[in-house]
Design a protein around this ligand. Structure first.
Ligand SMILES: [Zn+2]
Length: 111
């Protein structure tokens, strides 16, 4: 079962889920019951005593009617390098595009 590995990721997720629960106006126990997650487990996630399971994040987000992606941290950015000379061309959200990208110099040289 995948787990988030970086401690700050868990902090971010806990803060975001807690905020979403607060905004829902519902109790943690009610969210836990609807999520099928034992309340003591959900509370341990929220207190950062337990490392979040991805499935728990997604399930709780769906119960709260928020996007699971919003519960995760900021999207990961990938540096894109020129396939010709290797210089940094730009950045994109992960996953990186699978096409090869060339910088202007390489495109003009090859033209
Ligand atoms: Zn280049």
């Amino acid at each position: 079962m995948p787990r988030l590995t970086h401690p700050t990721d868990d902090d971010t997720v806990s803060a975001r889920v807690q905020n979403a629960i607060d905004q829902s106006g519902r109790s943690v126990d009610a969210i836990a019951a609807d999520s099928g997650i034992p309340a003591k487990v959900l509370k341990a996630y929220l207190r950062r005593e337990r490392s979040w399971r991805v499935t728990a994040i997604v399930t709780v987000a769906l119960v709260l009617d928020v996007s699971p992606l919003d519960m995760f941290g900021a999207p990961e950015w990938i540096d894109i390098y020129c396939s010709g000379c290797g210089q940094l061309v730009g950045r994109a959200h992960a996953p990186a595009p699978t096409v090869s990208i060339q910088c202007r110099d390489c495109r003009e040289r090859d033209a």
